[in-house]
Design a protein around this ligand. Structure first.
Ligand code: PLP
Length: 374
């Protein structure tokens, strides 16, 4: 969709990256790190100063105790942390439970690892709540792990303590590893709270907590993320990471220590700014006839277009929208592996207010012309 957006000169509300600058302190820190000659490989599992800063952040924000040398691996983004962890821990034939709709990379990661994804769909009409009885039936003797993603892309769901407890109990009952992707951990709305499942004592030894700098600090191009895990799992992830990428960009790792030193006010403003953008895009989409799930976290709106165009499927709708209205979103079926989501489209609001206003104007024109997108 990003390619089509550029072909049709459309406003790209498809891919989740900001069109605004990262904090200026971070640019200066990156320049300084280059000048100071952090231009060779770092230690393969990450610059010590960054791992120390991550350990301090994990203790304070996530309530996770981690030893920088034992438990933390700095990777090329959350993306690498997830695939390296799955490759390190899963064996061919293992089953991995994944909630749907889900971020696109999890299923290919499982396939690369030889594992078999087992999907459990959460229904937007039901507020993406977990049907406990049905959920419990997904687990069997081959299940080896589960993927969590909270706050969630694309649904905006933030898993509650009760839901995390359910997942934790199942992990303990079936001796599973939980791979949790918490990249949107600071992007939360309406007072919702981020809880890391690894902060539960029973999950400390069986969780790989994955996060990164892309979203919180608006530096998706820096490619710096990390995994936190118990010593034996961490050792396996370190080896896999070494063979996959050797290391994340050293000067940018150094600059990421400046990110972790930003004051609390940075995170308060981040939430406030994104909440304003969420509210703006949400009310516009609803007034144009989309039925939307209001996100509690992350920066996407999961939108149903049946009321606007009952005939088209998601790919046709998204292609027509980008061609005729000049706004790009992601077809809903990209977030399922079984062909569901064909009446959904995902829009991001990780953009300047000006960009969102222009997108809303274009969508409004589409509504006024009553263009049959199908
Ligand atoms: C849930 C989720 N995880 C991971 C990523 C990618 O993160 P990174 O840039 O750290 O590789 C994204 C990007 O959109 C995402 O939505």
């Amino acid at each position: 969709m990003t390619r089509l957006a550029s072909k049709y000169d459309a406003i790209n509300l498809a891919q989740g990256f900001p069109d605004f600058s990262c904090p200026p302190e971070l640019k200066r820190a990156a320049q300084k790190a280059l000048e100071e000659d952090y231009n060779q490989y770092s230690l393969t599992w990450g610059a010590p100063i960054l791992r120390e800063a991550i350990a301090a952040k994990a203790r304070k924000y996530n309530e996770i105790e981690a030893e920088p040398d034992e438990n933390i691996i700095v990777t090329c983004g959350t993306t690498e942390a997830m695939v390296a962890s799955q490759l390190a821990i899963l064996d061919p034939g293992d089953e991995l439970v994944i909630f749907s709709p889900h971020y696109e990379n999890y299923a290919p990661d499982a396939v690369i690892s030889g594992a078999r994804p087992r999907y459990f769909a959460l229904d937007g009409e039901e507020g993406f709540a977990i049907d406990e009885e049905k959920f419990k039936k997904v687990f069997n003797s081959k299940t080896r792990g589960i993927i969590l993603n909270t706050p969630n892309n694309p649904s905006g769901k933030v898993f509650s303590k009760r839901e995390l407890k359910l997942v934790a109990d199942l992990c303990n009952d079936h001796d599973l590893v939980c791979f949790t992707d918490e990249i949107y951990e600071h992007i939360l709305y309406d007072g919702s709270e981020h809880i890391s499942i690894a902060s539960f004592p029973s999950m400390r030894e069986r969780t790989v907590t994955i996060s990164g700098f892309s979203k919180t600090y608006s530096v998706t191009g820096w490619r710096v993320g990390y995994a936190i895990a118990e010593r034996k799992m961490a050792e396996a992830i370190k080896k896999m990471h070494d063979f996959l990428t050797v290391g994340a960009p050293h000067p940018l790792q150094i600059a990421c220590t400046t990110a972790l030193a930003l004051p609390d006010s940075y995170y308060t403003k981040l939430k406030k700014d994104y909440q304003k953008k969420r509210d703006m895009l949400f009310s516009s989409l609803e007034s144009f006839g989309f039925r939307c799930a209001k996100p509690s976290g992350a920066y996407y709106i999961w939108s149903d277009f049946s009321g606007i165009d009952p005939k088209s499927n998601d790919v046709e709708f998204a292609e027509n929208l980008v061609k005729h209205s000049g706004v790009a979103g992601v077809p809903g079926s990209s977030f399922y592996s079984n062909g569901s989501g064909t009446k959904k489209i995902r829009f991001t609001f990780s953009k300047k207010v000006k960009t969102l206003e222009a997108a809303c104007e274009r969508l409004e024109r589409m509504g006024q012309k009553s263009v049959s997108l199908g």
